[in-house]
Design a protein around this ligand. Sequence first.
Ligand code: NAD
Ligand code: UDP
Length: 332
Amino acid sequence: MSWAPPRRHRGQLRCLVAGGAGFLGSHLCDRLIEAGHAVICIDNLQTGRTRNIAHLLDHPDFTFLRHDVIAPLQMHGEIDRIFNLACAASPPKYQLDPLHTFQTCIAGSLNLLSLAERTGARILQASTSEVYGDPDISPQHEDYRGRVNTTGPRACYDEGKRAAETLFHDLQACRGIDTRIARIFNTYGPRMDPEDGRVISNFVTRAIRGTPLELYGGGTQTRSLCYVDDLISGLVALMESETVGHDPVNLGNPGEYTVAELAHIVRDMCESRAPLVVSDLPLDDPMQRCPDITRAETRLGWRPEIALRSGLVPTIAYFRAEIAGVETATAP
Ligand code: NAD
Ligand code: UDP
């Protein structure tokens, strides 16, 4: 792909968002455009959707390029910031084509790091709490080295993201690329794909439709859920901090719930009578997940502000509208 960016206004940052048509990426594009910056969104639309960015397509400071980051990026001109969010995040989706997931993490990161080196851009990697695997300590702080199965079904993602962190670290140390690493914990909100198979999208869509909510393994495992607006504020704060350094930083909401508790909360808030059923726990599914956010608090002054029930209100409204749209479109 060969592309040269349009002219920019004075003081405006030119930001490239890889994975910008996805759930988090599209919210990040919005936030950057609202701040007056220019955004180049790159996405192969594997799990992303053009409807997530449809409202931006006519904006003069927004450009969308359909491209797979595994292929080299022949870009010219100035780029100030690169956010690497390209990678399917839902376990059923990233396990569909494990080799592509792994290549996205490795070749995709290398291509974007190479672009950062050529342009002098600062680059942020969307890493994940999955680098901790199925942790034997809780909460998880950044110095914990994790417990990851290198050959299990989640390995393409977990090991891909771990290796990407290594690439970011080494290219910062050896070539002076200005890197940031965000270890993102489970995040939810509007624009999640209703069919992507993650816990909030599954539970809310099933509660609305009145179909069974499945508790994999009985639902005793825990997750800590961050509302998307808080997470995007954390990503921007991390990218723009001049003092944070290059170490990984956990971004997430430390409020920890069992999956069964989540199911009850969602079902109550949807005023649903959908049954709860138990099914098998997927292999290597982590039993606990809770971020220690001391580093983000002390180095960035960031902490999440939106409680789970508050964040679920717009999330449930969004899924209701999505489901109503599908049902209207498929009505006889
Ligand atoms: P998502 O699946 O909605 O978005 C990922 C986007 O990347 C999609 O638009 C997809 O089409 C695109 N993509 C995938 N492979 C690509 C490739 N090779 N080339 C170009 N585009 C590609 O997921 P999300 O929840 O928005 O997650 C975004 C990023 O944040 C991912 O890197 C994910 O690993 C990370 N993350 C998310 C969470 C979360 O809870 N949402 C948690 C931890 C980490
Ligand atoms: N989960 C579940 N029912 C579902 C979807 C997910 O019980 O319909 C569980 C899953 O086994 C995991 C947790 O919810 O323990 C979070 O799953 P998700 O896919 O959202 O993300 P993960 O944190 O596992 O990457």
